[in-house]
Write a protein that binds this ligand. Structure first.
Ligand code: ADP
Ligand code: MG
Length: 338
């Protein structure tokens, strides 16, 4: 056996990138989450070739100070948590401090940012982990991140990428999830120079109408149930609008899109009596609970969570949704959504 060695920072980042940025859509999610965490109201996303050639996210958030630009690209550097305690009540989408470092280790990344009140912007470029010096740049406000040629120096990983159309579809999915959770913010998405999504700010019903269709909103049941610290709200699709696939199922926990077995089971059971067995409901639902009741630090991409009281969550989600759907069972007109 060769002697033990400590891996270089770049290699550590590249290994982590395998988990955090499996494909362009994951990188895009990390960038958009950063913009949301920075308080951006307007997010413009531009993609080339399904995100494999370019992922560009332009935001109007608070920006990054010149002297912090290097840190932003540094692994385990974050402005979002300071202590282990913070981890149990994290309110931002990011907190692991590895998104940008991972992406930068497998692409050429350009980060341009103008900190609130600064006379001009600064720009740094990172090529596979090597970060250059900040240079003055022109940018009206906020932050723009460009990810060029994801995985171009990592052919082994590039091989796993699918066609541009498939990668774009994953990117669009990621944007839809983030946009549904943030209807008060404006999003645009272009692919190869063509506009794909243009979402103006509004309420959840409007955002759902734009992304899931007017019929989903008009025939859907609006619910808002609270029990103690738990709240379930949003729009549960009418059984009449059921689909053969699960592609219109959106569930968010504290604003984060998640896939959770306990929740999915509760939703399925609640829909069971009103839905044909081979059909799938459409829904856009938000579960809110005390951050201490859910661990979001289970998986690098945070798509999985762990509930402290999963049985309680199951019962709450099941009964809140069953109650909302009982109207549809009795053939009543579903509650109107404003
Ligand atoms: P994390 O989001 O977990 O903190 P990242 O690597 O994604 O880790 O980002 C590192 C840091 O860079 C963030 O904590 C934040 O301070 C800063 N940052 C990244 N993107 C933006 C952005 N669009 N606007 C403002 N600050 C940003
Ligand atoms: Mg982040």
């Amino acid at each position: 056996m060769p002697r033990i060695q400590i891996l270089s920072d770049t290699l550590v980042n590249q290994i982590a990138a395998g988990e955090v940025v499996e494909r362009p859509a994951n990188a895009l999610k990390e960038l958009v989450e950063n913009s949301l965490d920075a308080g951006a109201d307007n997010l413009n996303i531009e993609l080339l070739a399904g995100g494999t050639k370019l992922i560009k996210v332009i935001d109007d958030g608070g920006g990054i100070e010149r002297d912090d630009l290097h840190l932003a690209l540094h692994r385990h550097a974050t402005s979002k948590i300071r202590s282990f305690d913070d981890l149990s009540r994290v309110a931002t989408l990011g907190f692991r401090g590895e998104g940008l470092a991972s992406i930068a280790s497998v692409s050429r990344l350009v980060l341009t940012s103008r900190f609130e009140g600064a006379p001009h912007a600064w720009r740094v470029e990172a090529d596979h982990g090597g970060v250059g010096e900040p240079e003055p740049a022109a940018l009206a406000m906020g932050t723009t991140v460009e990810v060029h040629e994801l995985y171009y120096q990592t052919p082994a990983r590039r091989k796993f990428l699918k066609s541009d159309a498939t990668e774009f579809a994953h990117c669009e999915d990621a944007v839809k999830r983030l946009a549904l959770a943030n209807p008060g913010r404006q999003f645009t998405l272009t692919h190869n120079g063509r506009a794909q999504l243009r979402l103006t700010r509004g309420d959840l019903a409007r955002r759902c109408a734009e992304l899931l269709g007017d019929e989903f909103v008009q025939s859907g049941v609006r619910l808002d149930e609270r029990v103690g610290p738990l709240r379930l709200w949003g729009i549960a699709g009418s059984p009449t609008l059921s689909k053969a696939s699960r592609d219109a199922q959106y569930f968010f926990v504290n604003g984060r899109f998640v896939r959770d077995k306990v929740v999915q089971h509760a939703l399925r059971e609640a829909y069971r009596d009103v839905l044909h067995h081979d059909r799938h409901a459409a829904y856009c639902l938000f579960l809110e609970l005390d951050p201490e009741g859910v661990d979001v630090n289970v998986h690098p991409t945070k798509i999985e969570v762990r509930f402290r009281e999963s049985q309680g969550i199951y019962r709450f989600v099941f009964s809140a949704l069953s109650k909302a759907l009982s109207g549809t069972r009795a053939g009543q007109t579903p509650a109107n959504v404003d």
